[in-house]
Design a protein around this ligand. Structure first.
Ligand code: SF4
Ligand code: SF4
Length: 415
């Protein structure tokens, strides 16, 4: 209630909101959603299916939070609103239960997740994929077809906790690399690129054993207790030292920087959670402190797209641009709405396909106008959404993580 009462209804957040930009409706704006939450809290309206729809259409991108002059913690408000839905959603209870089950029993369990994604990896790397694409079948397969278009072009070997990564010839420092859940399974290349880039700056990346899913997807879905369980597990695994914890998934980094808040009511973990959170750094934030990085040649036009949980939740905007801009020959292209959500938002593109598609189309329009060679971002979900955006619109740009760009540039410079 205290969080809700901070909102003074000034409306300064409204134009930053992607769902308001698409619908033009007050109830699909942050101010409107907060108003609904407050009305329910004060018992003036019941939690109806309509309210549920407005809350569920929120991307939890936190663009509103970043521009709010009153410091309304919108992300926290929406997580609690979603938790209310868990307790008594007026509509779609079975869908919510299934989602919760999948998030708990698949995403948060490394062995199960790896088993589920193994055939996906096999398919993505096989010649069958090319054939399927040529048939035009994907456009008829709805959400499944879209999920296929989001997959990376080729999926490398997973990087899992406890596995070895590139090491520098002489190490000055060590950092823990957070491997994540889907990130480690589908974006092993990004982890390997991160380790190589760090190694060239004399930093050893350790994928320490025992770590697991950060809990962001669970918290965003309102399953806050389970997110706390996952946070405790990561603190137990990684909380013993004082090395920086480097994260290359903006969504995970944002969640882990908030472990202190998440576990503020837990007397056993409160202090260690705060200390843990203070060690978490996005990879671009960490690299910017090491800059200038050794070498780097990248004679291409690069459109950097802010990941919401990097720009709005972690307030990191300049570091990735500075790292890319420092590469020899790299031309940074600023597109309109670079910091507006692409519509990936965790599992949003699966559960809210229409809004996700509308936001993806806005990005594709910008890419078609500016014709970058590369679209760079710092979050796996965004990478997947841009894979789909470029494939759908026939845009030939490559989609890369910022560290992949730096790695390729350093290799081109002979490093
Ligand atoms: S959330 Fe912040 S910016 Fe938006 S209406 Fe409330 S006080 Fe204003
Ligand atoms: S989190 Fe994003 S989608 Fe949700 S209300 Fe705020 S700006 Fe709009």
């Amino acid at each position: 209630m205290e969080d809700l009462s901070k909102c003074v209804h000034c409306g300064l957040c409204v134009n930053a909101c992607p769902t308001y930009a698409i619908t033009g409706l007050e109830v699909e704006s942050p101010r409107g959603r907060i108003h609904l939450a407050r009305s329910i809290e004060e018992g003036r309206i019941p939690l109806t299916p309509a309210v549920q729809t407005h809350w569920e259409l929120c991307l939890q991108c936190r663009a509103c939070e970043a521009v709010c002059p009153s410091g309304v913690p919108y992300g926290r408000i929406m997580e609690h609103a979603r938790a209310q839905l868990d307790a008594g959603a007026p509509a779609g209870r079975s869908g919510r239960r299934l989602r919760k089950l999948l998030l708990r029993q698949v995403v948060a369990r490394p062995r199960v997740l790896s088993g589920v994604l193994a055939p996906v990896r096999l398919y993505a790397n096989s010649p069958v994929r090319g054939l399927v694409r040529r048939t035009g079948l994907l456009r008829l397969l709805g959400r499944m077809g879209m999920a296929e278009m989001q997959l990376p072009k080729c999926i490398g070997t997973p990087v899992r906790p406890g596995k070895g990564l590139a090491k520098p010839e002489s190490a000055a420092t060590t950092a823990i690399l957070f491997t994540g859940c889907v990130m480690g399974e589908l974006f092993g290349e990004v982890h390997r690129a991160t380790a190589r880039v760090l190694a060239r700056s004399g930093v050893t990346a350790e994928a320490t054993a025992g770590q697991g899913c950060c809990g962001a997807l669970h918290a965003h879905d309102g399953d806050i207790d389970f997110a706390r369980t996952l946070a405790r597990k990561n603190i137990d695994a990684l909380g013993g030292g004082d090395e920086p914890i480097v994260v290359n998934s903006a969504g995970c980094g944002a969640a882990m920087k908030e472990y202190g808040e998440l576990l503020s009511g837990d007397a056993t973990y409160r202090d260690t959670a705060k200390a843990f959170a203070a060690r978490v750094q996005d990879v671009t934030e960490f690299l910017a402190q090491l800059a200038p990085l050794p070498g780097g040649v990248f004679p291409h036009r690069v459109a950097y797209q802010d990941a919401c949980h990097l720009a709005h939740a972690q307030r990191i905007r300049t570091q990735p641009r500075a790292l890319l801009g420092a590469l020899q020959g790299c031309e940074l292209v600023e597109t309109a709405g670079a910091d507006m959500c692409c519509g990936a938002a965790g599992i949003y593109s699966i559960v809210q396909p229409a809004m996700s598609e509308a936001l993806r189309a806005r990005k594709a329009e910008q890419f078609a106008r500016h014709r970058p060679d590369v679209i760079a971002t710092a979050n796996p979900g965004c990478q997947m959404q841009y894979n789909a955006a470029t494939r759908e619109a026939g845009i030939p740009a490559r989609v890369m993580h910022v560290v992949e760009v730096i790695d390729e540039a350093q290799r081109a410079a002979g490093l």
